[in-house]
Write a protein that binds this ligand. Structure first.
Ligand code: DC
Length: 225
């Protein structure tokens, strides 16, 4: 049976968040950004003085952690909530991005997030974005996309995103940071970043947001919300 999910995977700064958000808005369905789960876990660890590389301490921390997507008000978008707190923009720093990539390599973290992610598509159609949605979380997703862009286009996009790069960052320094994170995300043993065999490959290097959305919509039909 197909899962009630449109999966969008791809490397860092490939434009998948924007594409997933635009797609969900156009279809009138919920958008879930799974990267925020790893970012929220990394953020909580940092608050507690736990290193993002200390898998034992992070695993212990998860025993007292609740993670969910919730709406702050009935009209707000769904956002990550950890232990009753919405960290919001605090998750969008380069330090948290790197720490999120660290904790995302840990088997205990992946088991924890997998359960939560699978539960979300039980009763409604959703757009879920991440690195392993079409390969591990929902191999039976209704639609699967692998969205990418050239290293230069991705570095440029990241550089122009508020708060996502350190002061003084250049196109070259951002490209190097993204390449390092992609390497860690692709080479980890559990749920590495890779394209599912049956995913539709979309290169958005030369596309505007509207053009990328149009490409995705071309493949989507017969949706049962
Ligand atoms: O998409 P993002 O940059 O917010 O993701 C932050 C980190 O989380 C990224 O380095 C890889 C990891 N991640 C993952 O391992 N699996 C996912 N489904 C989503 C993100």
């Amino acid at each position: 049976m197909l899962a009630n999910v449109i999966a969008i995977d791809g490397p860092a700064a490939s434009g998948k968040s924007t594409a997933a958000k635009n797609l969900a808005k156009t279809l009138g369905i919920v958008y879930i950004n799974t990267g925020s789960m790893y970012r929220a876990i990394a953020w909580k660890a940092a608050q507690k003085g736990i290193s993002s590389k200390d898998s034992e301490a992070v695993e212990k921390m998860l025993q007292n952690t609740t993670l969910a997507y919730e709406q702050q008000t009935p009209s707000s978008p769904w956002d990550i909530c950890i232990d009753g707190i919405f960290p919001g923009q605090k998750l969008r720093s380069p330090e948290i991005a790197q720490a999120a990539s660290d904790v995302a390599t840990m088997p205990a973290v992946r088991a924890f997030t997998l359960d939560i992610q699978r539960n979300m598509a039980k009763d409604k159609l959703i757009v879920m974005e991440g690195r392993d949605i079409g390969t591990v979380v929902f191999p039976n997703a209704r639609y699967k996309f692998f969205l990418t862009a050239s290293p230069r286009a991705r570095a440029y996009r990241r550089l122009t995103q508020d708060g996502e790069t350190p002061d003084g960052a250049t196109l070259d320094s951002v490209a190097a940071e993204i390449a390092e994170r992609d390497k860690q995300d692709s080479e980890r043993t559990v749920a590495p970043l890779r394209q599912a065999e049956d995913a539709i490959y979309v290169d958005s290097s030369n596309c505007t947001q509207e053009q990328t959305l149009a490409v995705l919509l071309r493949y989507i039909h017969d949706l049962k919300k």
